[in-house]
Ligand binder design. Sequence first.
Ligand SMILES: Cc1cc2nc3c(=O)[nH]c(=O)nc-3n(C[C@H](O)[C@H](O)[C@H](O)COP(=O)(O)OP(=O)(O)OC[C@H]3O[C@@H](n4cnc5c(N)ncnc54)[C@H](O)[C@@H]3O)c2cc1C
Length: 552
Amino acid sequence: MSRPAIVALDDDPQVLAAVARDLRRRYGEDYRIVRATSGAEALETLGELVARGDTVALFVVDQRMPQMSGTEFLARAGADHPDAKKVLLTAYADTDAAISAINEIGLDHYLMKPWDPPEDHLYPVLDDLLEDWKAHVPVPYDGIRVIGARWSPDSYEVKDFLSRNQVPYRFMDIETEPEARTIASAGGSSPALPLVVFPDGTRLEHPDQRVLADHAGLQTAPSATHYDLVVIGAGPAGLGAGVYGASEGLRTAVIERHATGGQAGQSSRIENYLGFPKGISGGDLARRATAQAKRLGAEILTAVDATGVRVEDPTKIVTLNDGTELTCRALLIASGMTLRTLDVPGAEPLIGAGIWYGAAVAEAVTYRGEDVFVIGGANSAGQAAMMLSKFAGTVRLVVRGHSLEAKMSQYLIDQIAGTPNIEVLLNSQVADVAGEGHLERVTVRNRGDGSERTFDAAGLFIFIGARPHSDLVDGVVLRDDRGFILTGPDLKVDGAWPPSWTLDRDPFLLETSVPGIFAAGDVRANVVRRVASAVGQGAVAVSFIHKYLETA
Ligand SMILES: Cc1cc2nc3c(=O)[nH]c(=O)nc-3n(C[C@H](O)[C@H](O)[C@H](O)COP(=O)(O)OP(=O)(O)OC[C@H]3O[C@@H](n4cnc5c(N)ncnc54)[C@H](O)[C@@H]3O)c2cc1C
């Protein structure tokens, strides 16, 4: 296969020569550097590349050019090369145009001229974009192939596991692709599906996650039996702790039962995580964070379930699902939770585009004067409705039950009753949501008579419950009545630490009722459930773990 192309476009020959030189020096071995001095010339060259079946990985384009500006060129070229990454070279005065281009043409990055030294200003950005491109570009035929039926749940599980662990594969539908049937029946057998075929010829029939992970090159076995820090869960909190723990000299193992990224890994676009003006998909964030944690020395075990925790003071012992036991000096529970999701037509593509799970604080101000919905009948939903009522035009609280009293505190019920722009829809459920690119309409069904009403809506905030993954520390650390882990000041009851806390010092922030066992992220009680919050807690937990280790 020919090398993918990087297209450099600048009307100034000197600048173009400098860009091409820097690109060739770093990427020349793996990519073909194609140059052009005008948009028209570049479009012609692209036509030739397309005709030859070549792919374009990246455009690096000057914004200020006569006849066709950089953004105009990228808008046209992007139509034929939707996967290629787009970078604008700008002067200071072009910043506004570049920021608009993020929304208008999906610009990935803009770089200020000059970019010297490239090691600091050019390569880090382009390395990142090219990694991203490689992760999403259709895989070559010689990669892993998954053969199964398109709508089969077992095939979905294998595809989901591979993609969430950033293992590229090509899916082949046994029902519609003759080549899939040929591969499956090779050797005269009729294998159990899904069948996973590796480049070395290995064939795995209906593999379980662990076997699949082993063959796909993911680490499933620890390299040691004792660690300074073991982290359970590789969502944002666990990965945050992995990065900080390993980079600060702690021998760190992170155990993940399914795929790194946790709940965040399932988000199609996270718009509110700092540093990504264009937003970032959960998968990309997970891939970057996993690579970072590994590079800094954390061991990440995938497809490994932590099934139990016990303490032989001061050592903490974690049992894994294959019976292996890991010992550690400090343990961090970052096992997150599972949200009950809204299972109605049209909801999935609108998550993050008007549909929000969990705390609404950050989004509330953006709904000034608009109509929003809150689903849920418990305190979290009531609090969100109250908070949103300060900004929104109308807040409609959709509750399945016949009254608020069953699950909500009286003070909130009273507040809601005294807030004219909150309307409570009892005995109701959301039946349908719709919108082009973002939420526009919500249909509510009355559970009694089945009648439906459709409202204009800009936001829908979902509070229909969550289940923390904390059973493995049941009876070991204190949890609240819903199973969320109590830490730091939350452990106090009537101003006193629990009787099991016998140390002279107070528990550290994020420390549980057992010295040396910490918790971070969504599995904690009374926490803001957000990616940034989870990452921050993972990092902060490590600083308290250092303090604990100094005193232990
Ligand atoms: C669909 C969706 C979209 C979201 N969008 C946004 C958004 O746009 N912006 C935002 O800020 N927040 C968003 N959130 C919330 C955000 O994703 C969470 O707050 C965040 O992921 C919490 O991180 P965590 O590490 O605490 O837990 P989690 O992300 O839940 O990760 C916990 C990990 O632990 C693993 N695990 C659990 N038990 C075990 C065990 N026994 N052994 C081994 N591993 C275990 C799980 O498999 C999981 O990978 C979204 C959530 C969802 C579900």
